[in-house]
Ligand binder design. Sequence first.
Ligand code: AMP
Ligand code: TRP
Length: 330
Amino acid sequence: MDRVFSGIQPTGEVHIGNYLGAIKHWVELIDQYDCIYCIVDYHAMTVPYEPGEMSRRILDAALVNIACGLDPERCTLFVQSHVPEHTELTWIFNCVTPIGDLERMTQFKEKAKQHRKHVNAGLLDYPVLQAADILLYKAHYVPVGVDQVQHVELTREIARRFNQRFAPIFPEPQVLHSPTPKILGLDGQSKMSKSLNNYIGMLEPPDVIWEKLRTAVTDVQRVRRSDPGEPTRCNIYTIHQAFSPSEVLKEIESGCRSAGLGCVDCKRLLFEHMMKELDPIRQRAESLRRDDGPVRRALIRGAERCREIAREVMKEVRSSAGLLPLDAIS
Ligand code: AMP
Ligand code: TRP
C-alpha cells in the first residue's frame, strides 16, 4: 500500500479551512493508503507561543482530528516531538539545501513580515523540517491545501539532492489535492486563518458560528437586496459547495442570479447544512473531552509505530551519508 503523510500545527483552534483543505480529505484517504498523520509541534515553535499552553494544544489538536473522523484504529496519528529522528534528519537535509531555496519560500516571507521581531533560524528552516517529516516515512503522497504545495515541491528537490549526492533511497512525494484546497476567510479576501481572525472554528457554538456567517462578506457587487448576485464571486457560495447537496446549490445559483434569494436566506441555508456536518463532530469532541483516554492511547501507539519506521530509515540515511555506526567500532 502506498503511504500518505501529512501534518497539522497545534496552533489552537482548528477552523473550517483546515477541515475542508486538509482533515476531511485525510479521512477519505484512510482506506486507500497507509496513512500517517502528525501533530507538528516543532513547527509550531517557530513563532512566539505560550509554553504553558502548548501541551494542552497538542492533545487538543489530536482530539479534534479524531472527532473530525480520523479514526486512530485505521490510521497512525502521532506527535512530531515524540520521534526525535525528525530533527536528526532535518540536520542532514540542511546540509544539502541551499539557503536561497529557503529564502524564496512564500510562507517564510509572509511569516517573517508578520513576526518581524522574531525571525528565528527555525522559521527559515521550517520547510526542511517538513521535508524530513515526509521523507522519514518515505511517503508517496502528501495531502495538503494549496498554501503547502511549494513546501512539497521543495521536499521533492531535497529528496533529489540527497539521492544524487548519497544514495537513491527517497521517493519524490506528490501532492494530493483536496477537493477544496483553498478556503477564504469571512472577509472573502484572505485565506481563512487563525492569525487573521477571519475563521469559523470547527467546535464553536452554533450561535457564534451563525453570527460570524451572518456578517460575512458575500458578492461585493451585490449591494442592494434587489441586485442580482453572482455565486462564483461569492465566498459563501464556495463554502456552500463544500457542505450543501447539489439540489440546494442549484436553487442558490438561480435564486442569487435572479435576486430571488437574499444573502441572509442563503446564509441560513448554509448554516443548516453546515451544522448537519459539524454537530456530530462537536458531540464527538465533547465526549472525548470528558474522557480523553482514546486520544492518549492513539498517540502512544502512533509514536511507537513511527519510532520503529524512523529508526530503520535513519540507519539507512546515516550509512548512505558515510557516517560511522557505533556498532561498527566494536
Ligand atoms: P496549519 O494549520 O497551517 O498547520 O494547516 C493544516 C492544513 O490545513 C494544511 O494542509 C493547510 O494547507 C490546510 N489549510 C489551512 N488553512 C487553509 C485554508 N484557508 N484553506 C484550505 N486549506 C487550508
Ligand atoms: N507546514 C504544514 C502547514 O502549515 C504542516 C506540516 C508540517 C506538514 N509537516 C508536514 C504538512 C508534512 C504535510 C506534510 O500546514
